[in-house]
Design a protein around this ligand. Structure first.
Ligand SMILES: O=C(O)CCC(=O)C(=O)O
Ligand SMILES: [Fe+2]
Length: 345
């Protein structure tokens, strides 16, 4: 590899040493757009999972209108979520050179680095991330060679277990809202084979938030994503009917559920995959934790037969999660168009 492409790759993986800069560097300065306003008069639904008789239809409506909602009484203990925030902060407050010991490789999925979507934008984002699949022990040993990293690993593993369970539960409710049963969707909802990725996000205090971008607008490539905002606002979703950005205000202990592109495909476009972004602020170092839940490795995802008929032909071709991630890595926000059936109008 020549040094040009190596430095390009490094520039798209290695985050800034945020503590070492006083102002916003040109590399991180975005032109503010006023094209779509902030809408403060609307908010995404908050759904109480304890009230299961109502939850299913509320979830169906939220998926059709927004592609995103918050859940309370979801069964994940607040103590575990607080511990998750603590360990996430512990990681990101390490000195920059220490974090770089666990940098992800250019082909890798796990470890420390810039948001994966960075290469699609001319400016860099004011954020850093750390991805985990299964045990994070290998990277944790690099991050804390002297210290004990057992707590970090235990919390991250416990969270993945709990979030896998909640994702399964959410899938059941989402399917139910479409009138589908587990029988209809064999191959999905099987805990032993489903895949998940835990991703820790960090948005340090920013000297000039209005000209910076925490995480640029995107849809998630998952079936669904669970997001814990750690009590600091920053997440905004795009409202397609009012054409503006709606903040998702954090509620203590609540978890945000985002419908991902794969669920949009399976629902034959009945459910939106929410376009969302994260903004930064001057005072608080914001952290958030996303759990991307996806189908078993070999499962071809396609619109559910029961949702299609001659008037509603399948809009998308079958894809595995890996094939879709590859399409996303090449075409980014055009990935859905690439797998759209050309025969259907
Ligand atoms: O930090 C947030 O609120 C959003 C994170 C997110 O969208 C992601 O990790 O895909
Ligand atoms: Fe996202």
């Amino acid at each position: 590899m020549n040094s040009m492409s190596e430095s390009f790759k490094a520039a798209n993986i290695i985050p800034l040493d945020f503590k070492a800069v006083l102002g916003l560097p040109d590399s991180h300065t975005w032109t503010p757009t006023t094209e779509y306003p902030l809408i403060l008069t609307e908010s995404v639904p908050v759904i109480d999972l304890f009230d299961s008789s109502n939850a299913m239809s509320l979830i169906g409506n939220a998926c059709e209108k927004w592609g995103v909602f918050q859940v309370i009484n979801h069964g994940i203990a607040i103590d575990l979520l607080s511990e998750l925030e603590l360990q996430t902060r512990r990681l990101f407050t390490l000195p920059a050179d220490q974090k770089l010991r666990a940098v992800r490789s250019s082909e890798g999925f796990t470890g420390y680095g810039l948001p994966r979507i960075s290469s699609f934008f001319p400016k860099l984002m004011w954020s850093e991330g750390f991805s985990i699949m299964g045990s994070p022990a290998e990277h944790a040993r690099q991050l804390w060679p002297q210290d004990d990293h057992t707590n970090f690993c235990n919390v991250m593993e416990q969270c993945q277990k709990e979030m896998m369970g909640l994702s399964e539960k959410m899938i059941g409710l989402v399917l139910g809202s479409l009138g589908l049963t587990h029988e209809d969707v064999k191959g999905l909802g099987c805990q032993a084979q489903a895949q998940g990725l835990l991703h820790l996000n960090s948005y340090p205090e920013c000297p000039d938030p209005s000209r910076a971008m925490g995480l640029a607008p995107h849809t998630d490539s998952s079936l669904l994503t669970l997001l814990y905002q750690c009590n600091t606002s920053g997440l905004q979703v795009f409202a397609h009917d009012t054409l503006g950005w709606v903040p998702v205000d954090p509620i203590t202990g609540a978890i945000v559920v985002n419908i991902g592109d794969l669920m949009h495909i399976m629902s034959n476009a009945r459910f939106k995959s929410a376009l969302h972004r994260a903004v930064v602020n001057k005072i608080h170092h914001r952290v958030s934790v996303a759990y991307f839940y996806g189908p078993p490795r070999d499962l071809k995802v396609s619109p559910w037969i029961k949702l299609t008929d001659p008037d509603h032909p399948p809009l998308y071709r079958p894809v595995t999660w890996k094939e879709y991630l590859d399409a996303k890595a090449t075409h980014f926000n055009k990935a859905l168009e690439v797998i759209r059936n050309t025969t259907s109008s």
